[in-house]
Design a binder for this molecule. Structure first.
Ligand code: AP5
Length: 217
C-alpha cells in the first residue's frame, strides 16, 4: 500500500515552503499542482496556455484538466511508494477523484496536515514572496530572505515575483479558497485524518509540528 500526504491550507499558508523542507525527510516526491502549471506556462505547452487565464485571474483551473494532469503525474514510477501532494485536491470533485485514483494504485491518503493561518497574514506573505524559476523554492523579503537579495540560495538563479501575487489577485484567490477548498477540511476531518497545524509560527516551528503530527510508520 502506497502512502500519500495531502497538504491543505489557504494561499500563502506555507504549503510549498513546508513541502520542500519535509519531503526529503519523508523520502517522498513533492508534487505541487501550481508548480506543474507554472512549468507548463513557462514552456508554453497547450496545458500551460489553457491554465494561464485562470491562474492570472486567481481562479481554479477546471477540474477535468487538473485531475487528468495529476493522474498522469501519479502514474510515474517515483510515486510508487506514495507522494506529498501540495495544492491538490482543491475541490470536492478533485478529492473524490483522488480517492478513485489511489484505489486503482493501491494507495491511501494517510494524513492531511491543514496549515491554518489568518487571512491578514496571508496577504503580507504573498505580496512579499519571491520565487526561484529554476527550483521553485520560495523566499520572503522579510520573513525568509535569501542570503543575497534577489538570488536563489540553492542555484543562484534570479528570483521573480509571481504574477498572481498582486494584492487584488491574492484577495480573489483567498475568496476562491474559502468557497471551494475550505469544505475539504470537513471532508478529511470526517475521515479522521486531518491534522491541524498552527501556520502562524515561524517556518522551523511549523516544520517541527508537522513532522511530529504525522503518523509514524
Ligand atoms: P498554487 O501555486 O498551488 O498556489 P496556492 O495554493 O495559492 O499556494 P501558494 O503557492 O500561493 O502558497 P503556499 O501555501 O505554498 O505558501 P508558500 O510556502 O509559497 O496555485 C496557483 C494557481 O494554480 C491557483 O490559483 C490555481 O489557479 C492553479 N491551481 C493550482 N492547483 C490547482 C488545483 N488543484 N485545481 C485548480 N487550479 C489549481 O509561502 C508563501 C510566502 O510566505 C513565502 O514568501 C514564504 O517564504 C513565506 N512563509 C512561508 N511560511 C512562513 C512562516 N511560517 N512564517 C513567515 N513566512 C512564511
Amino acid at each position: 500500500m502506497s502512502r500519500f500526504i495531502v497538504l491543505l491550507g489557504p494561499p500563502g499558508a506555507g504549503k510549498g515552503t513546508q513541502a520542500k523542507l519535509v519531503s526529503g525527510k519523508l523520502n517522498m516526491p513533492h508534487i505541487s499542482s501550481g508548480d506543474i502549471f507554472r512549468e507548463n506556462q513557462k514552456n508554453k505547452t497547450e496545458l500551460g496556455n489553457l491554465a494561464e487565464g485562470y491562474i492570472s485571474r486567481g481562479e481554479l483551473v477546471p477540474d477535468d484538466v487538473t485531475i487528468a494532469m495529476i493522474k498522469e503525474r501519479l502514474s510515474r514510477p517515483d510515486c510508487v511508494q506514495g507522494a506529498l501532494l501540495d495544492g491538490f485536491p482543491r475541490t470536492d470533485a478533485q478529492a473524490e477523484a483522488l480517492d478513485e485514483m489511489l484505489n486503482d494504485l493501491d494507495g491511501q491518503v494517510i494524513a492531511v496536515p491543514y496549515i491554518k493561518v489568518a487571512e491578514e497574514i496571508l496577504i503580507e506573505r504573498l505580496t512579499g514572496r519571491w520565487t526561484c524559476p529554476t527550483c521553485s523554492r520560495v523566499y520572503h523579503e522579510k520573513f525568509n530572505p535569501p542570503q543575497n537579495a534577489g538570488i536563489c540560495d540553492y542555484d543562484t538563479t534570479e528570483l521573480y515575483q509571481r504574477n498572481d501575487d498582486k494584492a487584488e489577485t491574492v484577495t480573489r484567490r483567498i475568496r476562491v479558497y474559502l468557497e471551494q477548498t475550505q469544505p475539504l477540511i470537513d471532508y478529511y476531518q470526517n475521515k479522521g485524518i486531518l491534522l491541524e497545524i498552527d501556520g502562524a509560527q515561524g517556518i522551523d516551528m511549523v516544520s517541527a509540528d508537522l513532522m511530529s503530527a504525522l503518523p509514524q510508520e
